[in-house]
Design a protein around this ligand. Structure first.
Ligand code: NI
Length: 408
């Protein structure tokens, strides 16, 4: 009896011990599985992905995205609330509704917001997918699309940059309102003495997309000043312009066009001369200023006027719609350069962006990087002599400016 009880207890005890061992083993195995799983998910898997290049492929696609031409149209889902009418059309190809022409893809998407190349023809579709006609500006460049929306590469938009010196003045606001009404822009080469007096005009210029130019502080002959004096002339004017509108001038023009390479370097901005001189300060006659411009204007010109004179502003207010009517786009000097494919450089002077000048500037750039150093030198001598003949006229500007500023 006792023996049996003892044997029974021994058997229970062994069973208990076995169960404990099994439980301990099971929890150990479970723990190990959890640890391995977590380790694999957090560390080994991503690492293995990188090594095998699986992840690398995703990165590659992302890196390629910015290289894709951002001006190309994107596929958009048709079933969009703002495009209720498009959602009803499910056949692929060109579609038309009362708002215009658009292109439906077989997969139920349409193209929007960019260039679209179909059957060897290039179109431009707006943010709602409609094909544009007439002049379209993309990234600062103008493209002509015919009445069917097909890009006409033979057409180049005529552009002209009106520039106004020595202001702002009491007639400047009137001129700015006219520019705004006509969706036109101009460049203002301002002197610090006037910039201090007309901050509202400067603010307005910036607001409507006009370009702010620095024309020195008080209009001295820069060739007779020291480096510090020249730098102060432009720095103090930049400070006044920035005070008025938040940013300094982006371009400059030297008083009387009197400049040399050293002075241009000290100014440290792209500098601009002109190729149409209206002589507005001399004639003080609106008709004469208007006619000189209209009779001589060609694509790429930079026109010189002065917004401190009432007849000049009167002429400009007539010129702005008239030039637009003639097919010209009125742009700033920097916009003109960009449209003609010229990268402006600090410390360099530009007179106009007519075809021959643009070709010469582009030639200069290419010889710049190549050998032809002597060619480059003779090229810059040529342009220097052009400036000389210009500045001889500008010296007469000199005396007039002085008498004018005395009068004001
Ligand atoms: Ni001037």
């Amino acid at each position: 009896m006792d023996k049996r009880i003892i044997q029974e207890r021994m058997r229970r005890k062994r069973r208990q011990l076995l169960m404990r061992k099994i439980m301990r083993l099971a929890s150990c195995v479970l723990g190990a599985v959890i640890v391995v799983t977590v380790l694999f998910k957090l560390v080994i898997s991503p690492l293995a992905g990188k090594i095998s290049g699986g992840d690398g492929k995703v990165v590659e696609v992302q890196a390629q995205t910015p290289e894709v031409d951002s001006t190309l149209a994107a596929r958009m889902p048709v079933k969009d609330q703002s495009n209720a009418e498009k959602a009803t059309v499910m056949t692929a190809g060109w579609q038309e509704d009362e708002k215009g022409k658009w292109y439906q893809n077989a997969d139920g998407t349409y193209y929007a917001n960019g260039f679209l190349d179909i059957d060897g023809k290039r179109y431009y579709v707006d943010e709602n997918g409609y094909v544009q006609t007439g002049w379209v500006t993309v990234d600062g460049v103008d493209y002509m699309f015919d009445e069917n929306g097909v890009y006409d590469e033979t057409q180049q938009r005529k552009m002209v940059a009106l520039t106004f010196d020595d202001g702002p003045g009491k007639y400047t606001m009137q001129l700015l309102e006219c520019l705004e009404e006509n969706d036109a822009r101009a460049t203002f080469f301002m002197v610090g003495t006037n910039a201090a007096q007309y901050p509202d005009e400067i603010k307005k210029m910036a607001e409507i997309g006009c370009e702010l130019g620095n024309h020195s502080y008080d209009h001295p002959q820069l060739t007779s000043l020291s480096e510090d004096q020249v730098k102060n002339q432009f720095q103090s004017t930049d400070d006044l312009i920035a005070q008025a509108c938040g940013s300094p001038a982006t371009v400059a023009r030297t008083p009387y066009g009197a400049q040399d390479e050293t002075i241009l370097g000290w100014i440290g901005k792209p500098c601009f001369m002109w190729n149409i001189d209206t002589l507005d300060w001399s004639t003080m006659n609106a008709d004469s200023t208007y006619n000189t411009t209209m009779e001589n204007v060609t694509d790429g010109d930079i026109v010189l006027m002065h917004d401190i004179h009432q007849p000049s502003v009167e002429a400009a207010i007539r010129l702005i719609p008239a030039l637009i009517e003639e097919g010209y786009k009125l742009v700033t000097v920097s916009e003109l350069a960009k449209a003609k494919g010229i990268d402006l450089q600090d410390g360099k002077s530009y007179t106009d962006f007519c075809d021959s000048t643009v070709a010469a500037l582009k030639g200069e750039d290419s010889t710049d990087s190549g050998e032809g150093d002597s060619d480059y030198d003779s090229g810059s001598y040529d342009s220097d002599s052009d400036y000389d003949s210009d500045s001889s006229e500008d010296v007469s500007l000199d005396s007039s400016y002085d008498s004018d500023s005395d009068g004001e």
